[in-house]
Design a protein around this ligand. Structure first.
Ligand code: GDP
Length: 619
């Protein structure tokens, strides 16, 4: 909303300065024949009823109160003359504030007077410059005070000509007729009653002659009285105040309308898009942390003993298969590992060696790291989902402190597991149930291995063709002279070698499967010839022990600490007010919602202040 100012325009010597001084009630404007106003003067009058002595302030000079108005005049002269001769006029206004009990609250802008013709010593463009400067002020929505001397025909008034260009209907122009004492009262009254150049705000007649009786004597003539004509400086003051107020009021009403429709629009949007749900940056942070904790809780309840047991068992069983492959299935005498070998020291020694390989493979580190990796994989997943996709910093923080919690527990957990499995490095006993369980699992695992062998074999067959493969294998195995002339590519030979190996492995595995299924392997006392089952039983024991300690030492601790760390690091102590606001803004959806909500709050606030102002004004 543009608050209007009162802009004073008129020709040189029309009496502009005198009118302004009359409104203020003091002389403070520099005058004289050579003295042209070169800069606009922004004159702010501040009604100060308590003041014993009136004063002025020129903020561009200093904040000092100037009580001597002669001083103000000198300052203004100086500031005016500071405009270089060749520039003639400057757009840069001089600010002057006057505090007095006898002035109304008004802002007036005094502009350089229009000149009719340039005198010899004035630059040619002075006239245009002045006109342009005045134009700038009167084209805005300001109230124009057009000062016209009574002794000059209104048709020639520069001020009225200029104001009519920007305010053709005369809606915001007040005509001020000066020097009424220089014309006879009847002609004077005719001017004030002007019908040739009507102005909605009318004409006001004043006399600002130095003669202290002049004012009263002229204006008290019957020609000016009782006909609804407006005369006198105080009438001028009143009119200015009323005009300002009514413009202000209509401005406020317009502003109120604009504000209300904007507010309606924003309220509607908020309702439609967010169902009026209230949100603050703080509530968003709290909700986000809740989501994080919930997701973590869901994960924690799905990741217990059973799950880590499965993981560790699978890893150790793989280890068992590796050990068996290395120590047994690759042994050239493997087909002799049967009932006859029960007390054979070679096989007995092998079993001890195999068990040692398994128990000394770093079960503590292996199993704990496995669980930690799974844990961190899930933490990463949790911290990447909505709404954290928008909060990379936060995500990093979550991973950081999760890592810290885990790290604190990692070493002690590894040590605990290793310590507890130590006895197994010397001997592992089991009951028949444990043995039969291991036997069942071994049979399944061997079957799976055979299936894998079959799959690999058929893949090779598919790749090179069954008959090619057979020929190549025969060639490799027989090296018969008949095949001398046939050429096999190195690639095919490599495949043939692999296939032959797989067949051997399958044969061994089938044999071992048959053995494991046999009656002999039903009893743990025959473990020497059932190494797969024995090692599986050992891995099972290792798994149970590892799971127990990892659960207590690591998982339970992490599950307990994580939500607390969220509170400490992220919620209650971790984030400053600015960080909370910044966090919320990172999410574009929330940023928009908050922005809309803020806009609504501000508009509501402004609207309530405005309606108060309007009520006051209307009453
Ligand atoms: P400005 O150039 O428009 O600011 O005009 P001034 O206020 O300086 O007035 C120019 C001359 O007209 C001065 O000598 C004033 O004394 C004189 N003057 C101003 N108002 C009146 C008035 O109402 N009656 C008479 N007789 N002279 C006036």
């Amino acid at each position: 909303m543009h608050l209007p100012s009162i802009v004073v325009i008129g020709s040189q010597s029309s009496g502009k300065s005198s009118v302004l001084e009359a409104i203020v009630g003091r002389e403070f404007l520099p005058k004289g024949l050579n003295m042209v106003t070169r800069r606009p003067i922004e004159l702010t009058l501040i009604h100060s009823p308590e003041l014993a002595e009136e004063y002025g302030i020129l903020p561009q000079v200093s904040q000092e109160k100037i009580f001597d108005f002669e001083d103000i005049k000198n300052h203004l002269s100086r500031l005016n003359q500071a405009v270089p001769e060749d520039q003639c006029v400057s757009k840069d206004p001089i600010e002057l504030k006057i505090y007095s009990p006898s002035v109304p609250d008004l802002t007036l802008i005094d502009l350089p007077g229009y000149i009719q013709v340039n005198t010899k010593d004035q630059p040619r463009y002075l006239k245009t410059r002045i006109a342009e400067l005045c134009e700038k002020y009167i084209t805005q929505n300001n109230i124009i005070l057009a000062v016209c001397p009574a002794d000059v025909d209104l048709a020639n008034s520069e001020a009225l000509l200029a104001s009519r260009r920007v305010d053709p209907k005369g809606a915001r122009t007040i005509g001020v007729i000066t020097k009424l004492d220089l014309v006879d009262p009847l002609s004077g009254a005719a001017i004030l009653d002007n019908r040739d150049y009507p102005l909605q705000l009318g004409y006001i007649g004043v006399v600002c002659r130095k003669n202290k009786f002049g004012n009263d004597i002229t204006l008290s003539h019957p020609a000016y009285q009782g006909r609804g004509l407006k005369v006198g400086v105080s009438t001028l003051q009143q009119t200015l105040i009323q005009t300002l107020e009514s413009r202000l009021a209509s401005g406020l009403h317009q502003l109120d309308d604009a504000l209300q429709s904007e507010l309606e629009e924003v309220r509607y949007q908020y309702k439609v898009e967010y169902n009026d749900r209230l949100i603050t940056a703080e509530s968003y942070v709290a909700d986000s942390m809740d989501i994080l904790k919930h997701r973590f809780k869901d994960f924690a309840s799905s990741f217990g003993k059973a799950q880590i047991c499965d993981q560790i068992r699978a890893t150790l069983e793989q280890k068992v298969l590796d050990v068996c492959a290395r120590l047994y299935w690759a042994d050239a005498d493997i087909l002799q590992l049967n009932y006859d070998a029960l007390n054979n020291p070679h096989w007995q020694g092998k079993l001890d060696q195999a068990a040692a390989l398994l128990t000394k493979c770093g079960v503590g580190k292996l199993s704990t790291q496995l669980v930690v990796d799974t844990l961190m994989y899930h933490m990463d997943k949790i911290s990447r989902a909505e709404p954290f996709v928008h909060h990379e910093d936060m995500r990093r923080k979550i991973i950081q402190f999760s890592n810290d919690i885990v790290k604190q527990k990692l070493k002690s957990t590894v040590d605990q597991v290793e310590n507890t499995i130590k006895p197994y490095k010397f001997a592992v006993d089991c009951n028949s149930e444990e043995w039969s369980d291991a036997r069942k699992r071994t049979i399944a695992l061997l079957k799976e291995e055979i299936t894998l062998c079959d799959a690999s074999l058929s893949k090779i067959k598919q790749a090179v063709g069954t008959s090619n493969l057979r020929k190549a294998i025969n060639h490799m195995e027989a090296q018969s002279p008949a095949d001398q002339g046939v050429h096999f590519s190195p690639k095919l030979l490599a495949k043939a070698r692999e296939a032959a190996w797989l067949r051997e492995r399958r044969k061994t595995l089938r044999y071992r499967l048959a053995m494991s299924k046999s009656r002999t392997c039903k009893s743990s006392s025959n473990k020497t010839i059932c190494p797969e089952i024995y090692l599986n039983m050992v891995s099972s024991k290792l798994t149970t022990t590892a799971v127990m300690f990892i659960k207590v030492e690591l998982l339970d601790e992490v599950f307990f600490q994580f939500p607390r760390e969220v509170d400490t690091h992220l919620l209650y102590y971790g984030l400053t007010k600015e960080q909370i606001a910044q966090f919320a803004r990172q999410n574009p959806k929330i940023a928009r919602q908050l922005q809309l909500k803020d806009a609504r709050t501000h508009l509501e606030h402004a609207a309530s202040k405005l309606s108060y102002l309007i009520r006051e004004m209307d009453s």
